[in-house]
Each structure stands twice: as C-alpha cells, then as structure tokens.
Design a protein around this ligand. Structure first.
Ligand code: ZN
Length: 416
C-alpha cells in the first residue's frame, strides 16, 4: 500500500526473526475476543443479518502485511495487540484462506532483498509449523479449495481446533524486488511456496509502479508474467502503473488479479482501477480484492490525506527521508482524520459488480499495512460485518459468497 503503511513505520529487521511456539492451540480459539480488545466480533457476539446467518460466510483475503508486523515489529500473532490479523481472529471470523504478503523493497533492504524475502517466507512457514491444526501452507489450489469447502459455521470452527479445517495460508511476494532482476529466481520462490506475485510496489526492473515513473512492463517483466503462468503463480497488478496494467493484459493468457485495490471512479487515486481496467481484468477472468484503506475507499478521506501523501513522496524522492521515516511522518499526519462510514465498502463492491460483473470482486483488506479503515472495521475479526453489510445492501447470498471467498478461490484454481 502507499499511504500510511504501518509495515514500514519501523526500523527494518531490527529485531530479526522471532520463534513462535504454540501454547495451547485449542485455548487460542476460546480466547478469541478476550485477548484482543479490538476484537469486537467474537463468535458469540457476531452480528446476524435478518434472514441470512453471516456465520456461514467464509472469507478469502488476498492481502495482509501481518508477517512484517510480526517479524519486524515483534508483534504477537497469538495475542495480537496492535495487529489487525491474529490467529484467533482469523479462526473466529471464518477466514478459510489468507494471503500473507512478504513485502520487500530493494531500497529498504539494499543488497539483501532476496535474503530478506526468504526470512519473511521462513517466518510464515514457522507459523504454519507451530500451529498445524489451524494454519496450513497452501501448495496447490486444491489445498485452498479444500480449506474453503471445509470451513463452516463458527460452531464448527470452534470444534475444529482438534485437528481439521486449518486456514489455508497463501504466500505472496509484494514487489518483485527479491528476484534481484533475475526472472528465473522466481523458480526458487515458487519452490518455497510463493503462489502470488505483486509485480511492483515501487518501480523495479520488471514493472513500473502506480506512484513511480509510470513505465510499463520491461521485456524481463513480460518474461516474468509468462513464467508466473508456467509455474502457477498468480500475477497481481495492484501497485502497478496503468501502462504496466495494460501490458499485463496484452501478455497474460490466464486470469490475473488486483489483490488489494479499489475503484478509481469512486476514489480517484492512482492505486485504484479505472472502469476500463476493471472491465479488462474481468473479461480475462480476474478478481479485484477490495482494499480497506480509507484513503482508497473515500474521496473525502483521500483528499484530506493528499497533502501528507505528497509530502511522503517528495521526502522520499528527494532523499530527505528514508522510506520508514517518510511513512512515519505520513502516518502521524493522517491518524486523526475522521473515518469514512462502513457503507463505502458496499459502494465499491457494487460498482465492481456493475462494471465487471459479480465474478470479479473479492476482498484484499491490506490489513496490518494500513492505518485507517472505515468506521466499524478494526481488523479481520470484523469481516462478518462486511458480509452483513453486503447482504443488507441488496447483494444476494450467492453474490456475497463469491465476493467473500468464491471468486479468489476460483481464480486460484485457474492459475495453478
Ligand atoms: Zn500493498
């Protein structure tokens, strides 16, 4: 994400890797909502829609930055103070698949982008190993389909800590910087479990970024898209420049995704997709994951934070501040702004359906990578509220199921 990225409000890698040991996995489920004061949607208090039980809705979230918070900030994935995504909340909310993004930028890890990415990937592997009954690394689309099919109502989830229905963990790289300009390096990351590649965060050797030079895919970038398709790695155009988006449209032969982006016609920022882009992505079978950043959902919020965003990029491009320092200043400037209402989420979902159809919409909250979300959303524990909101906004149960889980699950099966 661009604005107020919490994951880079920090001293890079200052704390190194921590080790995670499961305490009592079954108890983790029982503690949901108690251990995290922000977890207002514990199973017993979940909202119910008038005619449809939102407890039955499962979620596939296509982007979170949680592993950076865990590794670099030392936050606790079990107890979660300061985290949007914790293990108990993932389970309690009914998340059947969660993409864990490993965000690495060459400028932030000079000379060791690949090494740093491997550290983050290993940390995700460690989490899965420490909590085998609750998290399972997804190696194939079948792993995800199985997890999403198995996950049921909350009562079943609470019951499941004895051993089945783990949440599928999908590994992604945010930015192709860890490839260090070598297309073939993707093979090693694929072998380590990476199944989604966000081509750019800032400009890199493969792809121009939305807030970068505006360049498209390089020749190497085209080769990279082709290798992604060969290996079964989802291509992700979130953060890519418009030119790069259209280059991906030209080169890709399979569906691709925008894992965490919103609609530009409702909130005019470069990170969001124009209607033409939404149509083109949808025609190719792709999915757009709704980003919960207030500055991508609400024009009013985006306008209010525009000054801080411009200052961020000016400080960064001039070299006056490093990335982390610039983000810290931006976050300070935007933290007190009033949050947009919850229904901005429904507005973007409905716009995507209107422009691209009900098969092109998913969720990619950008949790633990953003500062401000719509009122009523504190983290993944509140995802059932989104299902309730969508049901109350006139979407059918089948549409809500597609948005919350089915579409990303389907596109993953068409990629791998
Ligand atoms: Zn991002």
């Amino acid at each position: 994400m661009i604005t107020a990225a919490r994951h880079i409000d920090s001293t890079p890698s200052a704390r190194g890797l921590r080790s995670w040991k499961c305490h009592a996995e079954c108890c983790v489920i029982q503690q949901a909502g108690e251990s995290n004061p922000e977890s207002r949607s514990s199973p017993a208090r979940r909202p119910k829609a008038a005619e449809t039980d939102v407890d039955d809705v499962r979620f596939f979230d296509a982007h979170c930055d949680t592993i950076l918070q865990v590794v670099e900030e030392g936050r606790d994935f079990l107890t979660g103070p300061g985290l949007h995504v914790t293990l108990p909340d993932l389970r309690a909310a009914g998340v059947c698949a969660q993409v864990f993004a490993c965000f690495v930028l060459e400028a932030r890890s000079p000379g060791r982008a690949r090494e740093h990415a491997v550290e983050l990937i290993d940390a995700v592997h460690d989490l899965c190993a420490a909590h085998p009954s609750e998290l399972r690394l997804a190696q194939t689309s079948e792993d995800v389909a199985e997890a999403c099919a198995e996950r049921g109502p909350t009562a079943v989830i609470a019951d499941a800590c004895g051993g089945h229905c783990p949440t599928a963990v999908v590994l992604s790289l945010e930015g192709a910087d860890p490839l260090e300009s070598e297309v073939e390096a993707l093979r090693d990351f694929h072998a380590r479990g990476v199944r989604l590649l966000t081509l750019a965060w800032d400009d890199n050797a493969f792809c121009g970024a939305a807030f970068g030079s505006g360049g498209g895919l390089s020749r190497q970038g085209e080769e990279l898209v082709t290798l992604c398709e060969e290996l079964g790695v989802m291509v992700d155009v979130s953060h890519a420049s418009d030119a790069a988006f259209w280059d991906v449209c030209r080169v890709a032969t399979r569906p691709f995704v925008a894992s965490h982006s919103d609609c530009r016609s409702l909130c005019d920022v470069g990170r969001n997709l124009s209607d033409d882009m939404i149509r083109a992505l949808a025609e190719r079978g792709g999915v757009v994951g709704i980003n919960l950043a207030a500055g991508f959902l609400s024009q009013q919020f985006a306008d209010a934070e525009a000054g801080a965003r411009e200052a961020f990029w000016a400080a960064l491009r001039s070299g006056e501040k490093g990335l982390d320092e610039a983000h810290e200043a931006e976050a300070r400037a935007t933290r007190g702004l009033p949050r947009p209402p919850l229904n901005v989420i429904a507005a973007h979902v409905k716009h995507l359906i209107k422009v691209g159809g009900e098969d092109c919409v998913g969720l990619g909250g950008d949790l633990d990578g953003i500062e401000s979300m719509p009122a009523g959303i504190q983290g993944v524990a509140d995802y059932p509220r989104i299902a309730e909101l969508l049901l109350g906004s006139g979407l059918t149960e089948a549409q809500v199921e597609k948005v919350c889980c089915g579409n990303f699950s389907r596109v993953l099966s068409q990629t791998g």
